[in-house]
Structures are given as structure tokens and as C-alpha cells.
Design a protein around this ligand. Structure first.
Ligand code: NAD
Length: 376
């Protein structure tokens, strides 16, 4: 069983394996071939992979006769010629936006597995790349906000007078939001937070932050399938907008993370609400790529509106390449290990397994994912 680890292209800084996971695969009886320079942007020199037992080579070398190909983002299909028929391609393949490439993987005979479609079940927690990367993004959002904010986060009593603590507001308390709350608290800010799922209220309090929730309006429970949010009623949205208007004018830092699977990100902050904020305030919109929670947010850019800086954050985990790679690589190793059949010395992926059914895109030369086939 030969496992190939690809070097990523473009803006991607992460790598899909680390020396620790190379050793894990070796212990399962596999050989690992790492593309030259694959870990360079994540502070992992080729020599570290070699010391863990991997061989280093060109893309063509590592792909040749590979049974499993590990990547962070979906590789260009033409670059995968030479892999065995039926080889697994495992990574964040972005199937909804890369339909043609997924079909090309099928035509090449690859079995493509989209790790971002991992179901939210307890068994899959250690394989969940969205959680591991969102956690880091939540942390980095606060650090980026702090570096752009022209004031300090903690209260400081000095001989020259008092520095008042920053007020930070986190909108959307999923994995990223919880880490943003914890990070802002560690830096000394006064933190409040909101979500549509009432289950998050206790989580907010347990982190020492203040919950800001719409009360007494029908349709407030926004808990949807699999722990994700669903869309709220018009009445709820109006009540939420009013609540946010009253609160946001007093905030210095806002981190927005609200996402609804398969839909554009909900609009949580309007231009009129931005105008009520203090100049110098900073907003980090972690939903920028999904259309943004903040009016006027531009994905990948920092813009200023009414004196408020809005960071349109994109893939923040890439800016923490070493940690992000380590967590991502462990997610992939945990997945393959869980399905590894010791006798066959290979992973076995049963069609009726909930995880396999959710993440498998192609098999036997065809697109087999129901989700992908029915997507618009
Ligand atoms: P997400 O990235 O889909 O969304 C971020 C947050 O935005 C969510 O908390 C959502 O409720 C909130 N949101 C949506 N619309 C909103 C609105 N209009 N106003 C305010 N907030 C809004 O969420 P996530 O980080 O992926 O996590 C969602 C849940 O799934 C969490 O409870 C998490 O613990 C759980 N989870 C479970 C597993 C597992 O069991 N394997 C893995 C990951 C996450």
C-alpha cells in the first residue's frame, strides 16, 4: 500500500501529512512518498519526512502506483496520471464548486473522498477537518482583530491613567465562535455572544461571556439537521436585528461566524448598524467566502466603512500552517486508520457506512455521491 502526499499549489500553505502521521501509516504497513517541498510552508522540511520513513520525490514519482493520495485541496486532475485505478484521493475537494474536476477524477478511475462532507456524528469527530480548521480560524480572527485595533484589549491601570477593556461581540457560536470567545477572554476583553441555537447559551456562559439572545419570539429555535443552524422566521430576524442594533453600537470588536449549510451566510450587520459603531472598531467576518455576515464585507480584503475596519477573512487556518497541517493530517490519519483492515493491509470502505456514504464522490469511473448529483 503506497500513500502519496502532494505539495499544494497557489495560496495553500498546509500539507496533508506530518512526520507523526507518516509513522502511523508505516505502522499499518504502508509506505509513504512525499512530494518534494510539500511541507515547506508549514515549517516541515523534506528531511523531517525522510527521518519518519517517507521517500521524497517529484509529483510523477509519488503518484506512480499510489493506492492512496492525500491532499489538502483538490489537485488538478491532469497531474494525477499514473495513480492506480481505484486509488483513493482524500482531501478537502470542494465538490460543490469543482464539479468538472470531480468528474475528471472519476474518469481517471480515482475514488475521490471529500473530507469536508464528513457527517457530524460522534464517531467522526476526530476526522472532522471543518472543526479542526474552524477552531484555529476562531483564534486567529481575534488575534488579527487585536493587531488592527488601535487600542488595547485588557484593562490596564497605569500611572498615566486607565486603559479601558475592549468590548468584543461574537456572532455565531459554533466551533470558531467558541474559540473566538475563549481567545478574546484570554486577551482581557469583555465578551458577549449570540447564536440562533439556544443550546449555545450555556456554552457562552461557561466561557465567562455574556449571552445576548432574542427572547419570547416564535420560531427562535434555529437548530437544524445535524447540529447545524437552519433559517429563522421573518419575525425572529426582525427581533434579532433590533437586538443587535442596540448592542453593536457599544462594541469595539465583532467576530461573525454565522453559516447555514447550503445557503448564503445570513446577513447579521447592516451598513446602518455599522454607522452606529465607534470609529476604530474592527470586525472580522469569518463567513466572508459564503457571502459575508456583514454588509460591505469583501472576501480576502480589509475595507473601511464609517471608520470601522472590516476584515473579509478567507481560510484563516492557512496563516497557522504548522498547527493547521498537524490537525488536518491527524484528521486524515484518523479516518484511514478507522477503516484500515489489518488482514488486507488496506482501508476498506463499505458502501452502507454512514461516513463513507457522506464523503465518497466517485467510484468505478462514475460520480456516485447523491448529494453531488442532486446539488444545483
Ligand atoms: P457553522 O460553522 O455551520 O455555523 C456557525 C454558527 O453560526 C453556528 O453555531 C450557527 O448556529 C450560527 N448561526 C447560523 N445562523 C445564525 C444567525 N442568523 N445568527 C446567529 N448565529 C447563527 O457551525 P459549526 O461551527 O460547524 O458548529 C455547529 C454545531 O455542530 C456545534 O454545536 C458544534 O459543536 C457541532 N459539531 C458537531 C460535530 C460532531 O459531532 N462530529 C462536529 C463539528 C461540530
Amino acid at each position: 500500500m503506497k500513500i502519496a502526499v502532494l505539495k499544494e499549489n497557489g495560496a495553500e500553505t498546509r500539507v496533508a501529512a506530518i512526520p507523526e502521521t507518516v509513522k502511523k501509516f508505516a505502522a499499518l504497513g504502508a509506505t509513504v512518498a512525499v512530494e518534494q517541498g510539500a511541507g515547506a510552508n508549514a515549517s516541515l522540511p523534506d528531511a523531517d519526512f525522510e527521518a519518519a520513513g517517507a521517500t521524497i520525490g517529484s509529483r510523477a514519482d509519488v503518484i506512480k502506483d499510489a493506492d492512496i493520495i492525500l491532499a489538502v485541496t483538490g489537485p488538478e486532475p491532469g497531474s494525477l496520471q499514473g495513480a492506480k485505478k481505484g486509488a483513493l484521493l482524500v482531501g478537502a475537494l470542494d465538490p460543490a464548486k469543482r464539479r468538472e474536476d470531480i468528474e475528471a477524477y472519476a474518469n481517471t478511475g480515482l475514488e475521490a473522498l471529500a473530507m469536508e462532507w464528513m457527517p457530524r456524528i460522534t464517531r467522526a469527530q476526530s476526522m472532522d477537518i471543518l472543526s479542526s480548521q474552524s477552531n484555529l480560524a476562531g483564534y486567529k480572527a481575534v488575534v488579527d482583530a487585536a493587531s488592527l485595533y488601535g487600542r488595547a484589549f485588557p484593562m490596564m491601570m497605569t500611572a498615566a491613567g486607565t486603559v479601558h477593556p475592549a468590548k468584543a461581540f461574537v456572532m455565531g457560536v459554533g466551533v470558531a465562535g467558541l474559540q473566538a470567545i475563549a481567545t478574546a477572554r484570554r486577551l482581557g476583553a469583555q465578551v458577549s455572544a449570540t447564536d440562533v441555537r439556544s443550546a449555545t447559551k450555556e456554552q457562552i456562559q461557561s466561557l465567562g461571556a455574556k449571552p445576548i439572545f432574542v427572547e419570547g419570539v416564535a420560531g427562535i429555535e434555529g437548530e437544524g439537521k445535524g447540529g447545524y443552524a437552519s433559517e429563522t422566521s421573518a419575525e425572529y430576524q426582525a427581533a434579532q436585528a433590533e437586538l443587535v442594533s442596540g448592542h453593536i453600537a457599544k462594541q469595539d470588536i465583532v467576530i461573525t461566524t454565522a453559516l447555514i449549510p447550503g445557503r448564503p451566510a445570513p446577513r447579521l450587520i447592516s451598513d446602518a448598524q455599522l454607522a452606529t459603531m465607534r470609529p476604530g472598531s474592527v470586525i472580522v467576518d469569518l463567513a466572508a467566502e459564503a457571502g459575508g455576515n456583514v454588509e460591505g464585507c469583501v472576501a480576502g480584503e480589509t475595507v473601511e466603512r464609517h471608520g470601522v475596519k472590516i476584515i473579509g477573512a478567507v481560510q484563516l487556518s492557512r496563516t497557522l500552517a504548522a498547527d493547521a497541517s498537524a490537525l488536518f493530517a491527524r484528521n486524515l490519519a484518523n479516518f484511514l486508520t478507522a477503516f484500515w483492515d489489518k488482514e488486507q493491509g488496506a482501508p476498506v470502505l463499505p458502501d452502507d457506512d454512514e461516513i463513507v456514504a457522506a464523503i465518497r464522490l466517485t467510484k468505478g469511473g462514475a460520480v456516485v455521491s447523491e448529494r453531488l448529483k442532486t446539488a444545483q
